[in-house]
Design a protein around this ligand. Structure first.
Ligand code: NOJ
Ligand code: CA
Length: 542
């Protein structure tokens, strides 16, 4: 098996609960997702990342896990999970599941035993969570869910102590000082490998350990534990990819790759808002700035890139001025903002302007790393900012214009989340079936560009050379590996732009990968370029 398959992969993030309901109870499930594998294969993605599927009270859509080694009954059974994997593998699709090591739900049996001195297993579990007599410890750690939590400590009446939590108060942090906890999470990892996985996304890795006088993020102890997880995977199931979600500055994130002995992948969080910033300013500078401080990765590692995901568009890794700008442009209404971010989907963020959606996706698909698409964005789904927390980004997939958008046969009232019905983004207007029939749809465009990307290894494996044309509304770069050199051009502005490029390796033929035409035969190293508003070109050199 190719061990670094993830370098060539296009990932698709799917919220099982909202994707397809196989048994008519109003809730998406694993067999529903299984029934959509042909759609996903045809879309052209290679690996599906499933949001949490384990038992949970669902106060954080499963990131509040109450049993790490089972499937939530809403979603089916472990057998259904294995069926999904088998059917996915038959089609050459890979499956990524979540490991949530930092915290469990307060409903987890471990926490119930830990908090309650009268519990028969209290002695065993008392130190499995981070307990304290005071709420004054670790005062330098920031609060992440600013809109919901006043403190990282919550007082527990039963234990008569405070417990530590970096996220919601119902998600107590596990205590990694305790070797039992270290081993327990390793067994969870082993369990999911045994069920069949191709990769694991590690939720919130920066926060495993706490140390007084620090931000309690990215500590050496945390890295040491993550390296142990990796060593286990390499010994037990080599080729299983570990994808970490460290939402940090690039110089801190590279530590999560170690020397190729920690995580295989990490998302490049700070790049994402800068793609939006560059589009809003019609100026590539923000992208250049973040790449200037992005170190090279170990050869065996890879960035994960994305435009949107199931969380708010995070503005944690920008300056306060940049955040204010982003909020003003992309979240003019208070309800669109959440914590330090923006709770909107891709199409509404970009004013449903297909040119902007396409140019943003073109950057995503051709810049560094392996791209992650968020379910529904391939058809330009909208959001519902009036739902709570991040629920408005997680509404049912819009398959067709029939009842419940074809997501479920249940009555409308019993859907776990309402489908979008507004006049612009509602399922009558925006759905898979209609877009399959329309050759000019966003869905068919997405299928096409994914298929072109897949034919060229330089996108996943090549080096990135940023070019510096005088016209800053043009983002131009070359992706190059041993086989190919591809010149990528993007117009970040709403007006036609021209410039002259200095090509690194001289002129020659340029084949337009998207139109098939042989564009220029330039003998010189300078290339005059004109791009339509939000235009983009993928040009193979030589
Ligand atoms: C990151 C996840 O993406 C987010 O949805 C979740 O709320 C937090 N981690 C806590 O697990
Ligand atoms: Ca169901």
């Amino acid at each position: 098996m190719v061990q670094d398959w993830f370098k060539d992969a296009i990932f698709y993030e799917v919220f099982v609960r909202a994707y397809a309901d196989s048994n008519g109870d109003g809730i998406g499930d694993l067999l529903g997702l299984t029934s959509k594998l042909d759609y996903l294969k045809e879309l052209g993605v290679d690996a599906l990342w499933l949001l949490p599927i384990s038992p949970s009270p669902l106060r954080d859509d499963g990131y509040d896990c109450s049993n790490y080694v089972d499937v939530h009954p809403d979603y089916g059974t472990l057998e259904d999970y294995r069926t999904l994997v088998e059917e996915a593998h038959k089609r050459g699709l890979r499956i990524i599941v979540e490991l949530i090591p930092n915290h469990s739900s307060d409903q987890h049996a471990w926490f119930q035993a830990s908090r309650d001195p009268a519990h028969p297993e209290h002695d065993k579990y008392r130190d499995w969570y981070v307990w304290s007599d005071t709420d004054q410890r670790y005062a330098d750690a920031r609060i992440i869910f600013l809109d919901y939590e006043p403190s990282n400590w919550t007082y527990d009446e039963v234990r008569g102590m405070y417990y530590w939590h970096r996220f919601f108060h119902h998600q107590p942090d596990l205590n990694y000082e305790n070797p039992e906890v270290q081993r327990a999470m390793m067994r969870v990892l082993q369990f999911w490998i045994d069920q069949g996985v191709d990769g694991i996304r590690i939720d919130a890795p920066p926060y495993l350990y706490e140390r007084e006088g620090t931000s309690c993020e990215n500590l050496p102890e945390t890295h040491a534990y993550l390296k142990r997880l990796r060593a286990f995977v390499d010994a037990y199931a080599p080729g299983t990819m570990l994808l970490s979600e460290a939402n940090q500055w690039p110089e801190d994130v590279v530590a999560y790759m170690g020397e190729g002995d920690e995580m295989h992948m990490n998302f490049h969080f700070p790049l994402m808002p800068r793609i939006f910033m560059a589009l809003a300013r019609a100026d590539r500078t923000p992208i250049e700035q973040i790449m200037a401080r992005t170190p090279d990765l170990p050869e065996s590692c890879q960035w994960g890139t994305f435009l949107r995901c199931h969380d708010e568009l995070t503005l944690e890794m920008v300056t306060p001025e940049e955040r204010a700008f982003m909020w003003e442009v992309y979240a003019p209404e208070a309800r669109m903002r959440l914590n330090l971010g923006i709770r909107r989907r891709l199409a509404p963020l970009l004013d449903n302007d297909v040119r902007r959606i396409q140019v943003a996706n073109s950057i995503l698909l051709t810049f560094i790393g392996s791209p992650f698409l968020y379910y529904g964005d391939e058809i330009g789904m909208g959001d519902n900012i009036w739902l709570e927390d991040r629920d408005g980004l997680r509404t049912p997939m819009q398959w067709e214009d029939g009842p419940n958008a074809g997501f479920s046969t249940a009555s409308k009232e019993s859907l776990s989340d309402p489908v979008i019905e507004d006049p612009v983004y509602g399922y009558k207007q925006v759905n898979v079936k209609a877009q399959e029939a329309d050759p000019d749809s966003l869905l068919n465009w997405t299928r096409w560009v994914l298929s072109v990307r897949k034919q060229h290894t330089a996108f996943g494996r090549g080096r990135l050379h940023l070019l510096s044309p005088e016209n800053r509304a043009i983002l131009a770069y070359v992706r190059q590996d041993k086989e190919q050199s591809i010149l990528l051009l993007h117009n970040l502005s709403a007006t036609r732009q021209e410039t002259t490029l200095e090509l690194p390796d001289g002129g020659g033929q340029l084949a337009d990968l998207l139109s098939g035409e042989v564009l220029v035969s330039a003998a010189s190293t300078t290339l005059p370029v004109a791009l339509e508003p939000y235009g983009y070109r993928w040009l193979k050199l030589g």
